[in-house]
Design a protein around this ligand. Structure first.
Ligand SMILES: [Zn+2]
Length: 475
């Protein structure tokens, strides 16, 4: 007898969508097929009328980290014990956070610290990107092959310090030489580069110029972190990656120019991928002027309506592979406390809303197919970042990470729909379809609006990227 049977739902798989039943035993999917052939199970979930998708994967979260964007406030983001509760409610069963390595640190120690911090403190599964920052000694790069073997194959770099120098800000930027070195090591060992790409010269010059001109209001953010800056940096990184043979995953793509650079590279068969944020696809710089406008900000910046259109086009069709949040959970007062271009709090609070927003805005409003919905919320992140096929797909042998979406729910989101902080930027947003039941490795962790999971349900998941993903655009 199986542990669990999910019957009668519209199940979304890479092979298509059908009314199938899913059988679960010992945390894994063991049966996917017609209901009359399904084995008996200890518990049955009636999924009639629901859409059944693979558990969401949040590829970009910053939990329990000091806020360098608004550094004088002395605030850190909420930790996994608080934020992953929202992920569970929102249908996200795995997230990727970061362990940042600064000069003076070893990669292994940085990973050990983050792993210890998460242990028994997460409702959902997790792993970490390794972030390489600042003027790192070259010997640090020699550790990359071993780190990949240990199950951490993605390496995040910044091409810019993002913001002006400040006594409490560490240097984020890696020079192009060190990025090339990282790419070389990563490419030879089947890892992947994760890149925050903006042109540092333009960004820093814009900060200087806007300060000199007294135009420091935060609503000018898109004029400091510009479309052109994204275009220049994406192009440069793609050329460097082509020379090194490295696969690249661009985080938080915000502009049409970024999408086009990625599409062009993919047209040349290069293993180049990008994510966008649901915030970037749904809001524009005009929203900075609204009373809670900085809720929607993260670095680089919101862009214009034409960029929203390009991001959605990429998500619905090709070129934009994943949706992420750049999750950065704080209180509302902290999120709104920085009002200048050099101290608006970065990051977003929206991992909980991600699946529901992409369903409404993508599937309901823009004709995204259900298999494509599964790709951009789960499967592609799993493939590109090395969790596939254990995660990201409803298939026999995979982890039973399964989410039921109720497409009949039509509501305006309110504070009560969220479970992390004292606000959500998505309050007031009209949705059609919302996650109602979340299963992590066969265990129901959210059901009937109640949390059934516990801290410690989430486990560290070792990752390995399929070499196919690193040779050509495969997701
Ligand atoms: Zn980020």
């Amino acid at each position: 007898m199986l542990d669990l049977l999910i019957r009668g739902g519209q199940v979304v798989t890479p092979q298509g969508v059908g009314n199938w039943s899913i059988g679960v035993q010992s945390e894994k999917i063991v049966f996917l097929g017609l209901d009359d052939q399904a084995p008996q199970a200890g518990r049955t979930i009636d999924a009639r009328g629901k859409i059944v998708v693979p558990g969401g994967i949040e590829p970009h979260a910053h939990l329990d980290i000091y806020d360098l964007t608004n550094p004088d406030a002395g605030v850190s983001t909420l930790g996994p014990e608080e934020d992953t509760r929202g992920m569970a409610f929102g249908g996200t069963t795995t997230h990727l956070d970061f362990c940042f390595v600064e000069p003076g640190m070893e990669i292994t120690n940085a990973i050990e610290q983050r792993v210890a911090r998460w242990k028994a403190q997460s409702y959902v599964d997790y792993s970490f990107h390794v972030g390489l920052m600042g003027v790192l000694p070259l010997s640090v790069f020699d550790q990359i092959p071993d780190i990949i073997k240990q199950g951490f194959p993605s390496f995040k770099v910044f091409t810019t310090d993002v913001m002006p120098a400040h006594p409490k800000r560490v240097r984020l930027r890696l020079d192009m030489g060190r990025i090339q070195l990282a790419m070389d090591r990563v490419a030879k060992n089947d890892g992947i580069m994760v890149v925050h790409a903006e042109d540092d010269d333009l960004v820093q010059f814009n900060y200087e110029r806007f300060a000199a001109e007294g135009r420091t209001e935060g609503q000018n953010m898109h004029l400091v972190h510009t479309k052109l800056s994204e275009e220049l940096a994406f192009d440069r990184v793609i050329r460097l990656a082509r020379a090194s043979g490295a696969g690249v995953y661009f985080v938080h793509t915000s502009a049409r120019e970024g999408v086009e650079a990625v599409a062009e590279a993919r047209g040349r068969n290069l293993p180049v991928y990008c994510e966008t944020l649901h915030h970037y696809a749904c809001f524009s710089f005009e929203d900075y002027r609204s009373p809670r406008g900085f809720c929607y900000h993260t670095y680089p910046s919101l862009k214009g309506p034409d960029d929203n259109k390009a991001l959605w086009h990429g998500l619905v069709n090709d070129a934009v592979s994943t949706t992420a949040t750049d999750e950065f959970p704080t209180s509302l007062s902290h999120k709104l406390s920085g009002k200048r271009i050099d101290n608006v709090t970065g990051g977003n609070l929206g991992a909980e809303a991600r699946m529901g927003i992409v369903y409404t805005e993508g599937v309901v409003k823009r004709g995204m197919t259900l298999p494509r919905f599964a790709e951009v919320t789960s499967t592609n992140a799993a493939r590109i970042l090395g969790l596939y096929p254990r995660k990201g797909v409803i298939a026999a042998g995979s982890d039973a990470d399964i989410v039921l979406i109720d497409p009949s729910i039509k509501k305006k989101l309110t504070r009560e729909d969220f479970h992390v902080s004292d606000y959500s930027p998505w309050e007031g947003w009209q949705v059609e379809g919302w996650p109602v039941l979340t299963i992590l490795r066969g265990k129901v962790i959210v059901e009937n609006g109640k949390l059934a999971g516990k801290l410690g349900d989430g486990q560290l998941v070792p990752r390995k990227v399929d070499p196919v993903v690193l040779r050509r655009p495969a997701s």
